[in-house]
Design a protein around this ligand. Structure first.
Ligand SMILES: [Zn+2]
Length: 452
């Protein structure tokens, strides 16, 4: 299948030379960008007139919990910080079933794609039933139906309250079960090839819900299977208190003791690293997924992103779970990141274009991918387009490089294209009836939350 984006008004490529092209064609074939240039003399089955459209690389979301879309804004969670917030929600999450996971995955991905996201990682770690495979299958089906590039996780929790952890017994599993399922999940769903639409990472949830054994064995297993590792780390001061009390080690030291650092590892949050720990991240090539909205909402703190960037630590952006963001909007997240860093660091903060690169190239690097993240010949055709005549960007589109993080959008992007396929068209999902999806999800939420 060939797609021609004809006469694109402006292309912000985010390539290594920071090229911005004016009035060029982009030709994509079989999911790959094959040519970028003026008046390309090539035919295509599908042609989109882009003379009024601004074009960006698809955004890459590196931390989320899709299932939390069904437990947003609950009264019992208002005003809480992480540990109390989690404790209030475990009781709800234990009711998850494949239908709730399928529908919440589909709705969260839909929202992400409508905000220009083309690749998303989901840190799913609640598996109340016997096998994780059915839930992961539901997630991959939802992603495939929408046309999203999806990185799932076989997340895990095995440390319940009786063993000194935070979650109740109802949401944890045994180490043996988790490791067996992890192997099956990678065998069933992980595709390491170029242009892959589906990958799997192993992802114990956090130091206060996963045991030392689980971290250590997950790291060994992931490396033997050639998949990446992920966990929450240094999100709150409570977590720091937990590891220094329970293990006599700070959180990163604890991770190092289990060989859970390296170029194949990324941590969500990373708010409370000290100077020495930032150097460890740099020296080991460990990456950070920055989640500013969640960190602000749960009063966790603000990550030291400018210091990390200065050291060359790989940084990407994650919206975090829907219940600690109350949204799944990558462009809004970029703007939050930009504003938070401005208020914290003033002129030492990354500029608005830096944040676009963090959300694109940075995300691709974090997920270990060199085939996405920028608009270049040979890369996958993952991109999105915005009509520059929209009222919400009136007067702002003269600087397309900085527009998204600095100004943002108040509505969906106009087109999202993943692997050369149009998935969002004129602001709406192409492969899904949004009203029917809402109604199905709404019915399921009522059952799941047991409300009218
Ligand atoms: Zn999270």
């Amino acid at each position: 299948m060939a797609l021609m984006l004809r006469n694109v008004r402006c292309v912000v490529s985010c390539d290594r030379h920071d090229n911005v092209y004016e009035k060029v064609d982009i030709y994509c074939k079989d999911g790959v960008i094959e040519a970028i240039g003026k008046d390309l003399d090539i035919g295509a089955e599908q042609v989109i007139n882009c003379s009024e459209l601004l074009c960006y690389p698809g955004l890459v979301n590196t931390h989320h919990h899709f299932y939390q879309l069904f437990s947003r804004n609950l009264p019992q969670t208002q005003g809480l910080r992480l540990f109390d917030w989690l404790t209030a929600l475990y009781d709800v999450w234990k009711r998850l079933d494949p239908e709730a996971v399928y529908l919440s995955t589909k709705c969260a991905l839909a929202l992400l794609m409508k905000s220009g996201c083309t690749t998303a990682f989901d840190h799913h770690y609640v598996f109340p039933g016997e096998s994780s495979i059915g839930l992961l299958e539901a997630q991959f089906s939802a992603a495939e139906e929408l046309g999203a590039r999806f990185h799932a996780s076989r997340g895990s929790m095995n440390l319940s309250k009786k063993d000194g952890g935070l979650p109740p017994d109802s949401v944890v599993q045994t180490t043996e079960k988790i490791l067996k399922d992890s192997m099956t999940a990678v065998e069933c769903f992980h595709d390491p090839s170029a242009g892959s639409m589906r990958q799997v990472a192993l992802a114990p949830c956090s130091p206060f819900s996963a045991s030392r054994d689980l971290y250590r064995e997950s790291a060994k297993l992931a490396r033997s299977l050639g998949v990446r590792l992920h966990t929450h780390l240094c999100e709150t001061k409570e977590e720091e208190y937990y590891t220094t009390t329970a293990f006599k080690m700070r959180p990163l030291e604890y991770m190092q003791s289990m060989d859970f650092v390296g170029e194949d590892v990324w941590f969500a949050h990373g708010v409370w690293f000290n100077d020495d720990e930032l150097r460890v991240l740099r020296d080991t090539g460990t990456a950070i997924s920055h989640c500013p909205t969640s960190n602000m909402k749960l009063a966790s703190g603000a990550a030291r992103i400018p210091d990390m960037l200065q050291l060359g630590i790989p940084i990407s952006l994650g919206v975090d779970g829907s219940a600690s963001n109350d949204g799944s909007d990558m462009i809004a997240e970029m703007r939050q990141a930009y504003l938070l860093s401005r208020v914290m660091y003033a002129n030492h903060a990354p500029d608005a274009y830096d944040w676009l690169k963090i959300a694109t190239v940075g995300g691709a690097k974090t997920l270990g991918r060199d085939d996405i993240g920028s608009i270049e010949v040979g890369k996958r055709a993952d991109l999105f387009l915005i009509d520059k005549r929209r009222l919400d960007i009136l007067g702002a589109a003269y600087s397309p490089k900085t527009m998204l993080a600095s100004v943002g959008l108040s509505d969906s992007v106009d087109y999202t294209i993943v692997n050369g396929e149009v998935t969002v068209e004129h602001g709406h999902l192409k492969n899904e009836d949004e009203i029917a999806l809402f109604e199905k999800a709404h019915e399921k939420i009522k059952e799941y939350l047991d409300v009218e």
